[in-house]
Design a protein around this ligand. Structure first.
Ligand code: NAP
Length: 320
């Protein structure tokens, strides 16, 4: 399996590449950066080779600024773009990032027309839409990381409150990767038992927990300047499931055409079954009225943001 990471000189790109290399499901890994950053990426590749030898993992790693090298990729992780600084919203970087994502998506369509694109660049729901339109790929082959990371953050907080191993927590955040995320608490369970029946539920401050998940990324950025390990392992989760054709259900930003609550023409975090062909099915979910209202609000906000960005960079998307 061949995976290319675009934006591999960045913190998320390089860490995701390293996580993926270690997963043993990739034998050809291409680290793409701009020409001016190639030394950095070559250094990353050499450092990764040393680490992987210690783990007895054999992966070919190529550092490159030449897009010819992405040819034949099964999966492409697209994480090039400006990150937000502390206090910024993800929409603050939307227009410059949309131009970068559109340009790379067109190049992917040219050099790796059979690849699946995993979009990471923020604001990810909008960027997934941009990548889908600029690449011209089928909607099952372009999706974004966002709510899977939010779901992992929520999982951690629930695990800590109830003092139960994190693997026993089954929960899901949907909607926007941002202010309008929608934690689906109604079907959250611990070891198969719905949260509301679990001992300790009465002391569980749900609203405070949800606020913590919403601010988790910003809090890490305030402390250390960027998020790295969380997104990198979340990317690796998604990529591994696809490359191994595992048919697991994860929440990714996907193009909706009415499958959930009739929402159309927008990319939003929803549960999907993932396999080697990408999104194999969008999984409809029963929500409470409160969750449904919040999901519809997320759809409205993201659609408005998407329309704004698409209008601003119309030529970049359509000049294929
Ligand atoms: P970073 O360390 O600053 O890296 C940015 C990367 O983008 C570098 O490879 C950089 O290349 C490249 N880049 C910047 N401007 C570019 C341009 N005009 N043309 C081509 N490449 C360009 O940022 P990061 O922390 O890795 O974050 C990368 C993106 O992922 C950001 O948009 C961030 O918000 C997003 N993110 C998303 C999630 C999620 O859950 N979806 C989580 C974390 C981060 P150079 O080294 O050559 O400058």
């Amino acid at each position: 399996m061949k995976v290319s990471v675009i934006g591999a000189s960045g913190r998320v790109g390089k860490t995701a590449a390293f996580c993926l290399a270690e997963e043993n499901c990739v034998n050809d890994l291409v680290l793409i950066s701009r020409k001016e950053s190639i030394d950095k990426v070559e250094g990353e590749a050499l450092d990764m080779y040393d680490a992987l030898a210690a783990k007895d993992v054999n992966v070919k790693i190529t550092a490159s600024y030449d897009f010819e090298d992405v040819k034949g990729s099964d999966l492409i992780v697209l994480s090039a773009g400006q990150p937000r600084s502390a206090g910024m919203t993800r929409m603050d970087v939307a227009i410059p990032n949309a131009k970068i994502v559109a340009e790379y998506s067109r190049a992917i369509a040219k050099f790796a027309p059979d690849a699946i694109i995993l979009v990471v660049t923020n604001p990810v729901d909008v960027m997934t839409y941009v990548a889908l339109k600029a690449s011209g790929f089928d909607k099952n082959k372009v999706f974004g990381l966002g709510n899977h990371l939010d779901s992992l953050r929520l999982k951690n907080l629930i695990s800590q409150h109830f003092n139960i191993h994190v693997s026993e927590i089954h929960t899901r955040v949907m909607g926007e990767h941002g202010e309008n995320m929608v934690p689906i608490m109604s079907s959250t369970s611990i070891g198969g038992i719905l949260l509301k029946y679990f001992k300790g539920y009465d002391d569980f401050d749900m609203d405070r927990t949800v606020e913590k998940v919403k601010n988790a990324g910003n809090y890490v950025i305030q402390k250390k300047g960027a998020t790295e390990y969380g997104p990198a392992f979340a990317i690796s989760n998604i990529a591994t499931i696809v490359l191994n054709d595992e048919k697991k259900i994860l929440t990714v930003s996907a193009f909706l055409d009415g499958e959930i609550e009739g929402v159309k023409d927008v990319c939003l975090g929803v549960p999907v079954k993932l396999g080697i062909s990408g999104i194999e099915r969008i999984i409809p979910i029963i929500m409470t009225e409160r969750e449904r209202t919040a999901f519809l609000k997320a759809a409205e906000v993201v659609k408005k943001d998407t329309d704004f960005v698409v209008k601003a960079i119309d030529e970049d998307i359509s000049s294929k």
